[in-house]
Design a protein around this ligand. Structure first.
Ligand code: G3D
Ligand code: MG
Length: 237
């Protein structure tokens, strides 16, 4: 088989490695398009044929009860917001494919995200490490209207890292549409972000602000790349 990245350029090589690491057989990579109909690993843009690389990644969304984990995931995976509150029992999984493109590359990476929501209920504490196993990234959520949920991010990060290792994490302070200055501690968020070397972002699952950006940013991190345009860090109302 030819090298997946015959030009040796970073994104293509990285994406192909991701693909191969995840059990792909690499069929079609690096091969020129031949004959009628495209091989499954090639697809077509207006600009011509390009390679399609695929990988599956497990990520976890965790944080205190009622910070908006279910709502953020639903907003991202289904593009909707439920008014009815549904307590998650244990963990549940939703899927969405995030397409990543790399400038100047004739390749696209389709990252199939398996998004595990961890309930946040204390009675399931002993189960958490088993839910975290195999996760390659996490979004850890606090609530802009309750400062204690921001303080608790500390404990969620430590618990997650102990089981999953040093994988990318993005901290999210959700419900910015209800932002209460007295309940949002910017200094604390800066401190946690600095201590654990993970960025923090603001979102609103209600109006959708910044939600897609956060998942997209994590997906690019899983692929070892920066997003083409970064999410807003500040207010997302
Ligand atoms: P959880 O999965 O972290 O436990 P949920 O949290 O997603 O179930 O949300 C808990 C409550 O917060 C729900 O309200 C939900 O509608 C609300 N919520 C979630 N995200 C946002 C947001 O960005 N803005 C606002 N205004 N509300 C949000 P109820 O009233 O059903 O308890
Ligand atoms: Mg939930």
């Amino acid at each position: 088989m030819m090298s997946p990245d015959t030009k040796g350029n970073g994104a293509g090589r990285m994406a192909a490695e991701l693909f191969l690491k995840d059990g792909g057989d690499g069929a079609g990579l690096g091969r020129p398009f031949e004959g009628k109909g495209a091989p499954r690993t090639l697809d077509r843009h207006s600009t011509g044929w390009y390679r399609v690389l695929e990988a599956t990644k497990k990520i976890c969304v965790l944080g205190d009860p009622a910070v908006g984990k279910t709502s953020v995931i639903r907003r991202y995976a289904l593009d909707c917001f439920d008014e009815g509150y549904l307590t998650t029992i244990g963990a549940r999984v939703l899927n969405r494919t995030q397409v990543l493109r790399f400038p100047g590359q004739s390749a696209e990476l389709r990252l199939h995200l398996k998004i595990w929501e961890i309930s946040g209920q204390n009675r399931h504490l002993e189960l958490y490490p088993s839910y975290y196993l195999g996760a390659e990234g996490a979004i850890i959520v606090g609530d802009a209207t309750r400062v204690e949920t921001q303080v608790n991010l500390w404990k969620w990060i430590e618990g997650f890292r102990a089981a999953a290792g040093r994988v990318p994490i993005i901290l999210v302070v959700n419900k910015t549409d209800l932002m209460d200055e007295t309940e949002f501690d910017l200094e604390l968020m800066d401190e946690i972000s600095h201590e654990f070397r993970c960025p923090f972002r603001m979102s609103s699952a209600r109006n959708g602000a910044n939600v897609d950006n956060v998942f997209r940013e994590l997906a690019y991190q899983l692929a070892g790349r920066k997003p083409l345009s970064g999410p807003r860090r500040g207010r997302a109302c």
